[in-house]
Design a protein. Structure first.
Length: 174
């Protein structure tokens, strides 16, 4: 004597599969709605530290916290220890602490815009849609104007249309 017939087993399998599918979808929705912190502050720390590399944070960090995160034994006693460093800072630890900007390629890798005030021709050529000719034109325009005060004025540069400027805006800043 059979406890269940074939049709009953098929129906039980379908019900179990549907229950499992609904459960999986609920788990996926719960995961998708979970708030994750946006890690938008990027710092590079190198030199005399235990952990060299890039460090990402949700908020701006003071120099002392960055050195602690990298495992530096360097104690900052200057008034700069509590100073919050700007996004994209590169901290080099040696006999002293040197603070510069991370490279243009690293900025773009971390989705940080390049500063038009300091970008070189080579830096600008890293941006999609900018070749050597356009990069040189941007530098020439910057030098002729004594700097760029509004990124939208780049549409005056030969080779940059309004449409192209809209594509470049995520990659550039003042």
């Amino acid at each position: 004597m059979h406890l269940y017939n074939v049709h009953q087993l098929v129906i039980i399998c379908i019900v179990v599969a549907l229950w499992w599918l609904v459960w999986c979808m609920q788990q996926q929705e719960a995961t998708a709605l979970r708030p994750y912190p946006r890690l938008s502050y990027v710092y590079e720390i190198k030199g005399d530290v235990e952990r060299e590399g890039f460090f990402c944070f949700a908020d701006a960090q003071p120099l002392a916290s960055l050195l602690a995160a990298a495992g530096s034994s360097h104690h900052v006693t200057s008034p700069h220890a509590g100073t919050f460093l700007p996004n994209g800072s590169c901290i080099t630890i040696g006999r002293s602490v040197d603070i510069t900007r991370i490279s243009a390629a690293d900025c773009l890798n971390f989705f940080l815009p390049l500063s038009l005030a300091t970008a070189s021709v080579d830096d600008l050529m890293l941006i999609p849609g900018i070749g050597e000719k356009t990069a040189r034109a941007i530098i020439a325009y910057r030098d002729a104007q004594g700097g760029i005060t509004d990124v939208h004025t780049l549409s005056k540069v030969d080779g940059i249309s309004e449409k192209k400027l809209k594509r470049l805006l995520p990659y550039i800043t003042l």
